[in-house]
Design a protein around this ligand. Sequence first.
Ligand code: GTP
Ligand code: MG
Length: 135
Amino acid sequence: TERTLVLVKPDGVSRGLVGEVITRLERKGLRLVAAELRTLDRETAETHYAEHRERPFFADLVEFITGGPLMALVVEGPRAIEAFRALAGATDPVKAGPGTIRGDFALEVQNNIVHGSDSPESAEREVTLFFPNLA
Ligand code: GTP
Ligand code: MG
């Protein structure tokens, strides 16, 4: 079994899609381990997205992810990292297939509803960043 950090980003929360995301991952067979609605401070957001620090969209991304409450989830199951990223679909929602969260609910690359850790190393780092008591 494996753990991954899932975020319902501020666009997903403001559009009322928290339940939809949780329903989809639970239906898939993944299990919730932790959940918290919170607004990220700038420092946590910059740490979370540190790999994108040099990208031209970094400032916009930090503004977006700190711009309202998000739902942070720790999700567990066999190959949970890959399983959730398959549910999420491609980063660019226009390229994400129908039936995926991004494919069904989003149109713009930044405002793509969800985040899911992309590797075991990222998952461990991100779970610890959001939920230090689960480390
Ligand atoms: P995350 O699960 O959120 O990490 O998405 P990802 O792994 O599918 O994509 P990636 O890590 O490459 O990018 C992180 C996030 O930055 C994306 O999910 C988008 O919200 C945002 N992003 C990516 N590319 C662009 C871009 O070209 N412009 C803008 N404004 N935002 C982008
Ligand atoms: Mg990523």
